[in-house]
Design a protein around this ligand. Structure first.
Ligand code: GAL
Length: 953
């Protein structure tokens, strides 16, 4: 006898896209036809396998009174049923396509509804639309099986009018977590089953709109726009503002203002058929590949983009409109001009927002088969004809849904799916259906199927070679423009090196910018950890905090990486020499008329005067030298500088008047170093102490005990930092990964050997050698202390000894203060900065609490350094640096920070630990990308630096 489990769910493992659904068509939010949202509470039952329960639940009259409830849209694993799973590219099930595991969590969903008054199901038809269900669903209405589908982040519609009753309708949906479709959805993200986008019933009155395609091009030579709306159901198209009133299929050419991401001009129109009026928002623009460049309206564009996954820390990929809007507004306020919808079409409302506020969009298909890389891409569905219908179905569902958005300028076939005939078929179909946009796919290294040469994480030197056209490649590829569809891996502290990339992008026409990986950390709100990441739900396979690699934290608070990116990609460059500033409009289309400029003048970091600066409304690409006013007369000397800022001149949809879009600082007179004349000297007293001016030391160890009334503990050389995700690097990175090397060489466990304490003349000298167990290299470190009577000066000399083969994480001193809360400083701020993430650091006077100096990375790591600090005050001490220093203060030690896995592992102690660093190693992007560029590496070498301490308490 043979036994095979019930086959009730055979469609689950069928490579076909599904059955029963209507052909894909354009998506639009609302028309005058009635609709009924079926979002809300649904009855829910979870089973461990696809066939544990029969389908009698779909029958009218079934009693689901004992079932749980879930919210739709939503993921059941985020609502207390089962748990999320995070893997980057490994399939969390055996790879045996199209088979899936017997353990296949299956969610039965039930929704009961009545039709609103006045909705006559007999008048025309009714369509039931699912905007997103992961990963496979079978649907019954009033007991009738209406079909099944896969393609999680794509819409599926069913004709249901004939099944509807005025009241007492039962919609039953059985959703399986795993299906053949899962093989096509191996994106680096949480696996989150459920009905996670809207479910809507759409009345389709007789003569209502079916599918339509808005063609709205712009001729940059004549300034004319041409509109033609092709519609399956004939009707009329009106655009009152343009005086357009035409039949569908008929073109009209009129003068228009073009749509661009910088000037997102939309015209309101209506498509009216006999049975329906559909509002249109029309943007006229023309996308083309010309002269080897991506051009819009005749001009090349430079993408300053981000990759956006849909994410909410409590609701996963079930986003509401406000969250989508928050993303768009945050992007616009941070000078971002482009989004790649990695790695699936977003909720359609997001694209409406991109049209409205202005973002270039690469709309990416819901396709990734990355896990096949583990078997050298054998059996990859994209190179297997049996799967091609599913791939074409996905391509069509994306293109048909989103084709009417002016913001969408490029279609992307998917991500990390290798290469194969299926992708070629998708590309051919898309090119045939929509010749008005370009096609992208990063995995197509020879650009056989694509119109853009695209790569991810290529290092600076390679990108420069590509810019110069020296990268070789096929003849076709050499004719194409280049983008980095992913770069600047924003995991934890970083990414570093963005300014260096931008400078390269701006140097070569062929380089049309890039998209930071990625927008948001996918941390899941969690009582145990604040935010959970991979492994926190006991997953058998997982990729840890690799899922937290965004420019914003899970709650959408900007991380320093976003602030840095905003500065690096600012649309106006402001540079100067003291008497004038050179202002350059770095936009591709808009002039500067939307901006006001203002100057301010700082002495010692404090603004003493400010005013407005007249800057001509430069056209895109133009520059002008603008004269600054006469500098204010200041007495007493001190460091002086100009700060010039570009601000929104009026409220816009995305930012208020006065919002700063760009800035520049121009030094005038340089810093005067702290004067200090040693007087007096160390006095050894009988009680084992040494007095030196305001300070007291331990006579045997040379350890500093106090400065005036301020107790100081543990002052000594420090080279360790809690390694960042970028220090640790990704396991597959071939470059040297310093995090591991530093640990191997014991830089986190340096020993401090005392060689001498010498109280001679005006100086107390403490000689040490700082070195790790097991290794012969070390740092000969000499602390020289002097006083001018009231203040204390420390000069630290460090001489490397032995064979140093790695850079240092940091180099400076650290010490503990028993009471410190507020910090004031003159230096870079307000946020953190490191050698290759310091573009956004503004020189000025800043203050903060110690707690607010911390950057709360989801996985704790080195953070919070302030750059270029001249002086800082905290805990009753004033510290002046010669030269400027990196300042860090926190309520835990570096060792505690290093050991923490989640924010909740850090508990403040009584001591505030202060680091004054002469040097910091850069950050780089090696968590998935190039490491720290040579200029930002902190190589061991002989150095000397000093600090003057004063008790100001
Ligand atoms: C890329 C991939 C992304 C993400 C990123 C690393 O290879 O396309 O989805 O995994 O690396 O975070």
């Amino acid at each position: 006898m043979s036994f095979r489990p019930a086959t009730a769910a055979d469609h689950v493992e069928d490579v076909s896209p599904g059955s029963g659904a209507l052909p894909p068509r354009a998506w639009y939010p609302a028309s005058d036809a009635a609709s009924l949202s079926l979002n809300g509470d649904w009855r829910f039952r979870l089973s461990p396998t696809a066939d544990a329960e029969d389908d009698s639940f779909a029958e009218p009259g079934y009693d689901a009174g004992g079932w749980a409830k879930v919210s739709v849209p939503g993921h059941w694993v985020l609502q207390g049923h089962g748990a999320p799973v995070y893997t980057n590219h490994l399939y969390p099930f055996p790879v045996d396509p199209p088979r899936v595991p017997t353990e296949n969590p299956t969610g039965d969903h039930l929704r009961f509804f009545d039709l609103p008054d006045g909705w006559d199901p007999a008048d025309g038809g009714t369509v039931l639309r699912f905007d997103g269900v992961e990963s496979c669903a079978r649907v019954w209405l009033n007991g009738t099986d209406i079909g099944e589908f896969k393609g999680s982040r794509l819409p599926h519609e069913f004709a249901v009018g004939h099944l509807l009753k005025p009241a007492g309708n039962v919609l039953a949906v059985r959703v399986h977590q795993w299906s053949a479709g899962s093989y096509l959805e191996d994106q680096d993200q949480w696996w989150l089953p459920g009905i996670f986008r809207d479910v809507t019933l759409l009345h389709r009155p007789a003569g209502s709109v079916l599918d339509f395609f808005v063609h709205a091009s712009y001729d940059h030579v004549t300034g004319a726009g041409t509109l033609r709306v092709d519609s399956d159901v004939a009707g009329r198209v009106t655009v009152p503002e343009l005086g357009i009133d035409i039949a569908t299929g008929e073109p009209a050419t009129v003068p228009v203002e073009a749509w661009t991401a910088e000037t997102p001009r939309l015209y309101d129109g209506v498509l009216a058929t006999e049975g329906e009026r559909v509002p249109l928002r029309i943007g006229f623009r023309t996308v083309e590949l010309a002269d080897g460049l991506i051009k819009v309206n005749g001009r090349p564009v430079l993408f300053k983009g981000v990759n956006r996954h849909e994410w909410h820390p409590e609701r996963g990929r079930a986003l509401d409109l406000e969250t989508m809007r928050a993303d768009v507004l945050l992007m616009k306020r941070h000078n971002i001009n482009a989004v790649r919808t990695s790695h699936y079409p977003p909720h359609p409302a997001f694209l409406d927002l991109c049209d409205e506020f202005g973002l270039w969009v690469i709309d990416e298909c819901d396709l990734e088969t990355h896990g096949f890389t583990e078997q050298a891409w054998r059996d990859n569905p994209v190179d297997d004809d049996r799967w091609t219908p599913a791939l074409l179905d996905r391509a069509a569902r994306m293109v048909e849904r989103d084709k009417n958005h002016p913001s969408v300028v490029i279609w992307s076939l998917g991500n990390e799916a290798g290469t194969g005939r299926g992708l070629t078929a998708m590309s051919e179909w898309i090119h045939g259906r929509d010749a008005s946009r370009l096609v992208h796919y990063e995995g197509d290294i020879d650009c056989r199927d694509t119109d853009v040469y695209s790569r991810m994480y290529a290092d600076h030197a390679e990108v420069e070679r590509i810019g110069q056209g020296l990268d070789g490649g096929t003849h076709r590829r050499r004719q194409l423009p280049f983008i980095l569809c992913e770069y600047g891996h924003a995991m934890g502290n970083g990414p570093g090196g963005l300014a260096d990339y931008q400078q390269i992008f701006e140097s070569y026409d062929r380089l049309q910018g890039g998209f930071i990986w990625e927008w948001i950390d996918h941390g899941i709100k969690d009582d145990r950890y604040e935010y959970a990441y991979g492994g926190d739900f006991g997953e058998e396979l997982h990729d840890g905090n690799f899922v937290c690699d965004g420019l914003v934290f899970p709650d959408r608070r900007p991380s320093p990486g976003l602030v840095e990116y905003k500065k690096v990609i600012e649309p106006v460059r402001i540079e100067g020499d003291g008497a004038t500033v050179r202002v350059t409009n770095k936009q591709d289309f808009a002039d500067l008329s939307a901006l006001d400029f203002e100057w301010s003048y700082q002495v010692g970091g404090e603004t003493v005067e400010s005013g407005s600066l007249g800057v001509p409304a430069l056209a895109a690409g133009e520059s002008a030298e603008v004269k600054l006013p006469e500098p204010p007369v200041v007495t007493g000397g001190g460091e002086t500088q100009w700060t010039v800022r570009a601000l929104l001149a009026a409220d816009t949809g995305w930012g208020p008047r006065g919002h700063v879009v760009a800035w520049g600082q121009v030094p005038v007179s340089g810093r005067q170093l702290p004067s200090f004349a040693a007087s007096g000297g160390p006095v050894v007293s009988g009680d084992g102490l040494i007095a030196l001016g305001p300070a007291v030391f331990d006579a045997r160890s040379g350890a500093l005990r106090s400065i005036g009334s301020v107790p100081v503990t543990g002052l000594r050389l420090d080279v360790w930092r809690a390694t960042t995700d970028n220090d640790d690097g990704a396991a597959w990175q071939s470059d040297i990964r310093y995090g591991a090397l530093w640990r191997k060489f014991g830089l986190h466990r340096m020993r401090h050997r005392l060689d001498a304490v010498e109280a001679v003349g005006d100086t107390l000298t403490v000689r040490t050698r700082v070195a790790p167990a097991a290794w012969e290299f070390g740092l000969v470190t000499v602390y020289r202390w002097t006083t001018d009577g009231s203040r204390l000066r420390l000069t630290v000399s460090v001489t490397p000894d032995g064979d140093w083969t790695v850079p240092l994480p940091r180099l400076g001193v650290r010490f503990g203060l028993s009471a410190a809360d507020r910090v004031r400083w003159f230096g870079g701020g307000p946020g953190e900065a490191y050698p290759d993430t310091r573009a956004a650091s503004v020189l000025g006077r800043w203050q903060s609490t110690v707690d607010d100096l911390q950057t709360p990375y989801v996985r704790p790591q080195e953070n919070g350094a302030r750059a270029d600090v001249r002086w800082a005050e905290l805990g009753g001490l004033r510290i002046e640096g010669d030269p400027e220093f990196w300042f860090t203060a926190r309520r835990w030690t570096t060792e505690q920070l290093d050991a923490a896995a989640h924010r909740t592992d850090l508990t403040p102690g009584d001591t505030v630990w202060v680091n004054l660093d002469h040097g910091q190693h850069g950050i780089g992007s090696q968590s998935c990308g190039p490491g720290v560029l040579p200029p930002y590496r902190l190589l061991a070498g002989p150095v000397e630096f000093s600090f003057v301490f004063a008790d100001v308490g």
